[in-house]
Each structure stands twice: as structure tokens, then as C-alpha cells.
Design a binder for this molecule. Structure first.
Ligand SMILES: [Zn+2]
Length: 260
């Protein structure tokens, strides 16, 4: 299984760093995970639009979803081979938001392009098989309904926090995974604040509790460099800590993990 970082910028995209988006691939199967601004363009460095077998969205914030708007135009009106609707796993509110934004005939058009599946349909989470890969998700602890993802494939397992404060659902979902991609969107927490993100230390602690083989830090808080975040995460986790730099491809396998 390969995990490609399309971008991991926090709040807004920068030159050379899109917001959150990843490709998870195994064999002929390609899943686009989060569609932050800039990720549709970056995705085309690695695969054709026709190659995407499913899209999975952690929560409705624009830094994880806004490229779905332009993906809609690409798949509906672009030079992409006609194809059946792409399974789109997303929180309930997303479909309505896209319809509102696109307006007009978008409601019918959206259903031609995307096959919506509601991540929140069951409080216990859910799962789906897409080609070589089994996706499983659980609701996590963000300031809007948010979900974390686990992907199991023939070569191993991978987990992604989405945006969330540390929580038991993420620990359980990520348990024993070969690689955990975890956000570190908080530099620290104010006293009494309801947290919506991990600090880097908390990302390390989540990886340790889950027994992850390695930790990949992403979505790093403003004011922190990726390197600082990795060093802080490492204080709470004994395994390898890496950074989700744009374009980095992580090979996820059961033995001898390799970062490319
Ligand atoms: Zn975010």
C-alpha cells in the first residue's frame, strides 16, 4: 500500500503545499482521502482522474473539501472518460453544501458524478470494500462531525486521524496499524479549552497508545515548523516519526517500512 501526500497545509494552501489530501493506493485501487484546496491539481501528478475509485472525506471544513467543487466540474464536464458515479464517503452535511454552492441543476448533476455514502449513518462507524482495500471509519472529536479512517490492504494497514482531539475512537481504530497519519493542528491547548486538534505530543501519545508501527505527522499548527512538530511528537512515541511533506510517498507494509 502506498500513501501519497498531496498536501498538508493548515487552514489555507501555500505555494507548493496544498491543504489536506492524500492518495491511498494498492494494486489498481486508488482512494482520494480529503480534498483540500490544491489537491485536485496535485493528484494529477500521480494518477489520472479516471483512476480514482473512491473519495473519502473526514469532515466538511473547506481545508478538507473545497476541491470537490472543481472535481465535480472535471468529472461532469471535463475531458474525463464517462464513468459511473464515484463512491463519495462523507459526513451527511456535505452533499447539501455542495448543492448550495454549485446551485442550479447541481443536485441531479452531483448524483451523476458522486455516489454519496453517509459516514455518520451508524454511530458505531462503518466500513466498505473498494477493490483491494477495506475502509473503516469512526466518529472522532472535532468541532464539527468528523471521522477517522483505517485502510486495510494486502500489505498492511494505515490509519488517518482526520481533524480531531485525542479520543478513544481514534486509538481503537488505529490499533496495531503499520502507519498512523495524525494531525498536529494545535501548538498547545489553553486551560479549559475544548480541544479540536492534537498537539504534536498528543499525536505521539496517540501513536503510542494505538501501538502504531510509525507515525506520520501532518496538518501542523501555524507557528510550528514540521521539523519542530516531529521532534515534539517523538518525545511521546518510540517508533519512527516522519513528516507528510507534499509529494512524499510512504510505503506501508508489514515489515521493514520504507519512506520514499
Ligand atoms: Zn483541517
Amino acid at each position: 500500500m502506498r500513501v501519497t501526500t498531496l498536501g498538508g497545509a493548515t487552514h489555507y494552501p501555500r505555494p507548493g503545499n496544498a491543504c489536506s489530501g492524500y492518495l491511498v493506493q494498492s494494486g489498481d485501487t486508488t482512494i482520494w482521502v480529503d480534498a483540500g484546496p490544491g489537491t485536485l491539481a496535485e493528484l494529477q501528478r500521480h494518477v489520472q482522474l479516471e483512476d480514482v475509485n473512491a473519495i473519502w472525506i473526514s469532515h466538511t471544513h473547506a481545508d478538507h473539501t473545497s476541491d470537490l467543487l472543481t472535481a465535480y466540474y472535471a468529472y461532469r464536464f471535463g475531458d474525463v472518460e464517462p464513468r459511473p458515479p464515484i463512491p463519495l464517503f462523507a459526513p451527511t452535511a456535505l452533499r447539501e453544501r455542495l448543492v448550495d454552492f454549485l446551485g442550479g441543476s447541481a443536485e441531479t448533476g452531483l448524483d451523476l458524478v458522486f455516489g454519496f455514502a453517509d459516514l455518520g449513518a451508524s454511530p458505531a462507524g462503518g466500513s466498505a470494500v473498494i477493490g483491494d482495500l477495506t475502509l473503516s471509519w469512526r466518529a472522532v472529536d472535532h468541532d464539527v462531525p468528523g471521522f477517522a479512517l483505517r485502510v486495510d490492504g494486502p500489505d498492511g494497514s494505515f490509519a488517518y486521524s482526520g481533524d480531531t482531539a485525542p479520543c478513544a475512537a481514534l486509538d481503537e481504530l488505529a490499533a496495531g496499524c503499520e502507519a498512523l497519519l495524525c494531525e498536529a493542528g494545535a501548538a498547545g491547548h489553553d486551560l479549559g479549552e475544548k480541544a479540536a486538534h492534537h498537539t504534536p505530543e498528543e499525536a505521539g501519545a496517540t501513536a503510542a497508545r494505538a501501538g502504531a508501527g510509525r507515525l506520520i505527522v501532518t496538518h501542523v499548527a501555524l507557528g510550528l515548523s514540521g521539523e519542530e512538530a516531529a521532534v515534539r511528537a517523538q518525545t511521546r512515541f518510540d517508533g519512527p516519526v516522519e513528516l507528510a511533506r507534499p509529494g512524499t510517498i510512504f510505503v506501508v507494509e508489514r515489515t521493514a517500512p520504507v519512506a520514499g
